[in-house]
Design a protein around this ligand. Structure first.
Ligand code: DAH
Length: 340
């Protein structure tokens, strides 16, 4: 009798089925009312007492095995049959494997950061939700300055003292509040403006801010640092010029152009016929800003600059529509494989 049980067990374990009919036959043979399992339970009554314990245990095992096997085979059939060939290693990666790329915004950020790290700048970061002090007041924005207008800034609904930062200049303030000069730092990050989305503007973009504060820092130091950056980034022959400009947090302020050339029709269009392209804003940090951040303007001076990463990437890779940077269209991103 016990031997018979073991044979059934083996038979069930090794069973393979190919169709619904096979499954039904298995059910009829073992589990139906007149099937083997119920019959064995009937036979159990006549098993001699001294064998009852062992037989009973084995019989239960067989019953469970038959039921589990039935369920297994049933779900195998549902999911398209028992097609899994044990000789196939399902953990082997498919071939050929496609490599991803870095995002162009990321590539520009990394390159700019590395250029400044080589001359002793550290990287610093600040929060994307910023208070009025760090985004505006400490940077010498008068209370009525139009940049505080609801049109440019996304305010936090529950507390108008907080907004999504409109520029990474807010990080300058945080660094100066926490560190005495000498300071050399750059701050990459996301910024937000309430702008209609178009080929040239977006409500989210990225900037890199730079700050250099020490004793006797001059406008010439700034110009030389920026020339170094331009030549590393745009090529060793790059020419730059500084045009007077205005920012509340710098005095004097300037915008830096790089010479792009006027060789093709596109050059004329991009540079509006001048051959020069604006790439960043800069200036000597206003004494009011130093004072707001606890740095004595009679002892220290310095310069700051800020550039848009998407704008820089558009120039570097000749991308015509800013929106492409945010869509993550694989066909667009794949074009940067070579650059990476
Ligand atoms: N914060 C300016 C902007 O968002 C960029 C800028 C200009 C930053 C001049 C600076 C600077 O540090 O000196 O347009």
């Amino acid at each position: 009798m016990l031997k018979k049980l073991e044979e059934y067990e083996k038979q069930i374990q090794e069973l393979v089925i190919a169709s619904k009919e096979d499954l039904e036959n298995f059910r009829l043979q073992f589990l139906s009312k007149k099937g083997i399992v119920p019959q064995l339970f009937t036979a159990f009554r006549d098993v001699p007492n001294e064998q009852k314990k062992e037989f009973g245990q084995k019989l239960n095992v067989l019953k469970n095995l038959a039921e589990t096997k039935f369920k297994e085979l049933q779900s195998e059939l549902k999911s398209g049959g028992n097609a899994i060939d044990p000789n196939i290693d399902l953990t082997v990666p498919p071939f050929p494997m496609e490599l991803g790329t870095r995002h162009p915004v990321n590539m520009v950020r990394r390159e700019v950061v590395s250029i400044f790290e080589r001359i002793g700048f550290t990287v610093s970061e600040g929060p994307e939700i910023e208070d009025d002090w760090h985004n505006f007041s400490a940077l010498n924005f008068p209370p009525e300055h139009p940049a505080r207008d609801m049109q440019d800034t996304f305010f936090v609904a529950k507390d108008p003292d907080f907004a999504l930062r409109t520029h990474t200049s807010s990080v300058q303030v945080r660094v100066m509040e926490n560190q005495q000069p000498p300071i050399r730092t750059i701050s990459p990050g996301r910024v937000f403006r309430n702008e209609a989305i178009s080929a040239r503007a977006h409500c989210i973009f990225h900037q890199i801010e730079g700050l250099y504060i020490d004793k006797n820092v001059s406008f010439a130091d700034m110009k030389d640092t920026l020339l170094y950056f331009a030549r590393e980034f745009y090529g060793p022959e790059t020419k730059i010029r500084l045009r007077p400009s205005y920012f509340p947090f710098t005095e004097p302020s300037a915008e830096m152009d790089v010479y792009w050339g006027l060789e093709t029709e596109a050059d004329h269009r991009i540079t509006k016929g001048t051959g020069w392209l604006e790439v960043l804003g800069c200036g000597m940090v206003d004494p009011n800003v130093l004072r707001s951040c606890g740095i004595d303007p009679d002892v220290y001076s310095g310069f700051a600059f800020g550039m848009g990463i998407e704008r820089t990437a558009m120039l570097k890779y000749q991308v015509k529509d800013l929106r492409l940077f945010f869509e993550n269209d694989k066909r667009f991103l794949d074009q940067f494989k070579a650059a990476y």
